[in-house]
Design a protein around this ligand. Structure first.
Ligand code: MSP
Length: 652
């Protein structure tokens, strides 16, 4: 069985987790699930980076010892991953004893090889970055990151001969073009290596200045530089350097690393040269993504614009939130986060396309085949097209996932989903039913159910819970096994004819409220009286007789979206048509409408309409009407009001 090992950066514990951290961790979880889906033994590592100056300072600010402080924030990261149902195998902390042993083993190995030496160094030290800057790297004499003046420090320290590996690294990157991906980051690293610019790396800090770190095995007056310590987590987690049992390391190393562009240099340059110096294989790929921005600015605690991933996932649903993150960020580029963007992605892709498909097809199957999976008959060209489009999209999806191009993968998978919705409209199962063409009707529904199943399985890495629920709705129990994807891709039929399946689905409700509206709603809930006052407000003098209505009056209207399943002439009235409209309720409603002179009944079947759903039933020439279809009129031209929202959506 092939293996797969994915890692996140280990996060600093000087700040609380936010959307940026959650994104990388959700991507790692998605990749792990994807590789399990395609039959690998997949493993995921995350954790916290707990040594260094930054942590000591943050702890002092809260009057805590470094240990107390790191324990508390590390636990917060861990708790968030539990709430976000991250399926990690290991949570490593750099204060773990095993990790310390590994770092010391790595240092000793490189030292013994002669690649670590002791020397005097004077340089511009930025305490924020915990590193020395050369004159050339400073911008107007200031740290390029923090815009503060670094302190000039001259002291004796240990250095790793990184410059020795510059040519090797450059050649390695050129020989393995997707070692660092997407390409722009490979080019950035190559630019850093242009000319003979790589200097040796200072890897120690005197204890007189910093005690909170791992002691050098060859000099007890020094602790290890925090980046050298942190990068080693990826192998210490597999037991390298701290255990005689190297089976995990042999099985899972080399890794797929995930990072954002802020930490490209340590991962693109320090880490591969460290591994090379220790005679260890380098990682498989460094996968680098961009930043989540809020209103064009990087999220940061100091700007107060950090997004809380726990709130977003609780409010909008964890799977919908995951889908949005993977779909809206093109891996490698920056992306903007806004609740409006999230809502519109949920409404269009999840509710209108995927959710609507499941809801329509399952309710038709319940109505036409008493919830039993119907038999597949002879396939028409249109049916074959549906199978082919799902197969092509599935193959691309798998390939693009391997290349960490999630947004393109999902975009491609939505093509057959939209095509299937159109296929429902063009095949018009309601007409086949009416005309008694049961065999053809069965085939159409079965084509849809089989392809919906494939899509549900493929969505497992992105929306694990929804994927399993959708499969359950189709009568299938999900279990990962080595041949799952091969089986899925190699045949058309996976469901059992005659199996009883769900009669409805409402997995992805619409969100119509903006953030501001939600806040208002919360206030109204808190303040019941305020709400009541609004509803019962006396008609103001300005409004009386002006044709204006109170908001409360408008709120009384129950406007719903529905699909016309049947339309026919009223048997006893020329001007009236009789409709069966699916409003997402248990059974379609009969509605009688006086629009016969404007439309042919057959033209209206399958159309989406807006219905006033709370009018009292009314008899029109012997037939009871349970609502009213809304139309718009201008210059004697009548059109139907329409909406692409799923059946039953409430208009407000
Ligand atoms: N401790 C180091 C990493 C050591 S790994 C051996 C560190 N920690 S960090 O807490 O600052 O985490 C940085 C990482 O958090 C980024 O590389 C990225 O994975 C994630 N993100 C933090 N803010 C982010 C955004 N605004 N957008 C996307 N990801 C971001 O660096």
């Amino acid at each position: 069985m092939s293996t797969f090992y994915v890692t996140t950066p280990i996060y600093y514990v000087n700040a609380r987790p936010h959307l940026g951290h959650a994104y990388t961790t959700i991507v790692a979880d998605t990749l792990k699930r994807f590789h399990k889906l395609i039959g690998s033994d997949a493993r995921m590592l995350t954790g916290t980076d707990e040594h260094g100056d930054k942590i000591v300072k943050a702890a002092a600010k809260e009057n805590k010892s470094p240990k107390e402080f790191v324990d508390a924030i590390s636990a917060e990261f861990n708790a968030l991953w539990k709430d976000l149902k991250i399926d990690y195998d290991q949570f490593i902390r750099t204060t773990d004893e095993d990790h310390k042993k590994s770092v010391q083993a790595l240092l000793q190995r490189i030292y013994d090889k002669g690649d670590i030496y002791y020397g005097e160094y004077g340089g511009h030290y930025c305490f924020g970055c915990e590193r020395f800057y050369t004159e050339k790297e400073l911008e107007d004499g200031l740290c390029p990151q923090h815009k503060t003046k670094p302190e000039y420090i001259s002291e004796k320290n240990y250095f790793f001969k990184m410059s020795k590996y510059q040519d090797w690294l450059k050649q390695y990157i050129l020989d393995n073009p997707d070692f660092i991906r997407p390409e722009r980051y490979k080019n950035e690293v190559l630019a850093m290596l242009e000319g003979n610019v790589l200097e040796d790396l200072c890897i120690s800090r005197p204890k007189s200045r910093l005690e909170w770190g791992i002691e050098l095995p060859f000099d007890k007056d020094y602790v290890c530089y925090v980046w050298f310590d942190a990068l080693a987590n990826y192998i210490s987690a597999l037991g390298w350097g701290n255990s005689d049992d190297l089976s995990k390391f042999d099985k899972y190393w080399p890794a797929e690393h995930l990072v954002a562009k802020d930490i490209l240099k340590p991962h693109g340059i320090f880490w591969p040269t460290m591994l090379k110096a220790a005679d260890l294989p380098v990682y498989k790929h460094l996968n680098v993504h961009g930043y989540w921005l809020v209103k064009d600015t990087k999220m940061s605690k100091s700007l107060g614009n950090v997004v809380d991933p726990r709130f977003a996932s609780e409010h909008f649903g964890l799977d919908a939130f995951r889908y949005f993150l993977l779909r809206d960020m093109h891996f490698g580029s920056d992306a903007s986060y806004s609740e409006e963007g999230l809502i519109s992605r949920i409404n269009s892709d999840l509710s209108n396309d995927l959710g609507n498909l499941f809801s329509r097809v399952l309710s038709m199957n319940a109505k036409y085949f008493a919830k039993e999976v119907p038999a597949l008959g002879e396939l028409s060209e249109e049916d074959e097209q549906i199978f082919a489009s799902v197969d092509t999209a599935a193959q691309n999806y798998i390939q693009l996932f391997k290349e960490v191009r999630f947004s393109y993968a999902l975009d491609g998978l939505w093509e057959p989903i939209r095509l299937m919705n159109k296929y429902v409209d063009s095949q018009a199962p309601w007409t086949l039913y009416k005309e008694g063409k049961t065999e053809r009707l069965a085939t159409v529904i079965r084509v849809l159910l089989e392809n919906m199943y494939k899509i549900a399985v493929l969505l497992y890495p992105v929306m694990p819970e929804s994927s399993q629920k959708m499969q359950a709705q189709l009568g299938k129990e999900f279990s990962l096994h080595e041949k799952l994807i091969d089986d899925l891709m190699s045949c058309k039929v996976h469901l059992r004819t005659g199996a009883v399946i769900s009669d409805s689905s409402n997995r992805f409700p619409q969100f119509e409220k903006t953030a501001e509206n939600r806040e208002e709603k919360k206030d109204d809930k808190k303040d019941g009286k305020k709400n009541q006052k609004k509803d019962n407000a006396p008609k103001t003098e300005e409004n009386a007789g002006s044709g204006l209505i109170e908001f409360a009056d408008f709120q009384k209207l129950d406007l719903r979206v529905g699909t016309i399943l049947n339309a026919e002439q009223h048997p006893d009235a020329d001007k009236l048509l009789r409709f069966d409209v699916d409003l997402g309720e248990e059974k379609p409603r009969q509605i009688i409408s006086g629009i016969a002179e404007f439309f042919k009944p057959s033209e209206l079947i399958g159309h989406k309409v807006v219905v006033v759903a709370n009018l009292p039933p009314r008899k029109l020439r012997g037939l009871v009407s349970h609502g009213m279809i809304l139309t718009a009129e201008k210059d004697d031209h009548l059109s139907l009001l329409t909406s692409s929202a799923p059946n039953g959506s409430k208009i407000s």
